[in-house]
Write a protein of this length. Structure first.
Length: 289
């Protein structure tokens, strides 16, 4: 595996592969890798000749009171995992290589960036869109891989790619879960033992909502109420930021079920902010559309 810090060298390496007719798959990460990231690498490896993974804790996507400083970092361990997973290129830029002095550009995808997580993390999705745009321009991948756990991020990046005519196939891969259903996340490291046990409440609220929807006789409003009741019953939850049933593209709260529906939650357990979601497909007769 090649470890490269300089954007120009990654660009040249990637271009050399493409000139030889090799497809390039790209997995952008902020490091602190877990099995969820490694499953993205496996998808990328199965569909491309060459796999590039970036590790960059992007300051622009953290708010002033968020966890940028304490975000878990362990580059040595990450590199060992990537090497073992058969990654070809690890891209580890320094912050000033991504945001040199005088950097003035911001990519902002309106509307969908302001809903759900965006309403609680102002500027977050501009930070994500800007860095992903830069990383795409440096790596120039044929395909890029994102996890469904960050569903809104995937919607925002897909819209950016579409609106800006990017010639990149975006692949959204299923969420990997621990045995008890908790979605894998680097931020699970913030949870103490009691909070980690309480974190199962997200999966419980999602699965109970999903089975209620599948049984029929519910509305998005009644399912949303039920999700809030499940979450309220967990005493360690300090704040429910949102929970409910949403349109898979616009991310608006639904009043009628559709063929595909997004169940999504964001909450705080102690100081950790956790998100999770599920997509529920319905037969046409069950959905309003
Ligand atoms: O999902 C993440 O880890 C980050 O938001 C990403 C896509 C690497 C951009 O910094």
């Amino acid at each position: 595996m090649e470890n490269i810090r300089i954007p120009r060298i990654v660009r040249e390496t990637s271009r050399a592969h493409r000139l030889k007719g090799r497809s390039v798959g790209f997995v952008p990460t902020m490091g602190s890798l877990h099995q969820g990231h490694l499953s993205l690498v496996r998808y990328a490896k199965s569909e491309n000749d060459v796999v590039v993974v970036s590790i960059f804790v992007n300051p622009a996507q953290f708010g002033p009171n968020e966890d940028f400083a304490k975000y878990p970092r362990d580059t040595e361990r990450d590199l060992a995992l990537l090497e073992k997973a058969g990654v070809d290129v690890a891209f580890l830029p320094q912050a000033d290589a991504i945001y040199p002095d005088g950097f003035l550009t911001e990519i902002r995808i309106n509307d969908i960036s302001d809903k759900l997580c965006g309403a609680f993390r102002p500027g977050h999705f501009s930070g994500v869109s800007t860095v992903v745009n830069k990383l795409f321009n440096i790596v120039r991948p044929d395909r890029a891989y994102f996890g469904q756990k960050d569903y809104q991020q995937a919607v925002v990046i897909r819209k950016m790619a579409e609106d800006l005519n990017m010639d990149i196939e975006l692949v959204v891969c299923p969420t990997l879960r621990e045995k008890d259903g908790v979605a894998m996340s680097s931020r699970n490291a913030y949870l103490d033992k009691a909070e980690r046990a309480a974190a199962t409440v997200l999966f419980r609220a999602l699965t109970e909502a999903a089975s209620a929807i599948r049984q029929g006789g519910t509305t998005p409003l009644s399912v949303t109420k039920m999700m809030h009741e499940v979450l309220a019953a967990e005493p360690l939850v300090t704040e429910v930021q949102y929970a409910g049933v949403y349109d898979i593209r616009t991310l608006d709260a639904l009043t009628e079920f559709q063929r595909a529906n997004l169940l999504a939650i964001a909450l705080k357990l102690g100081t950790a902010r956790l998100i999770d979601n599920m997509l529920i497909e319905l037969q046409t007769e069950q959905s309003g559309k």
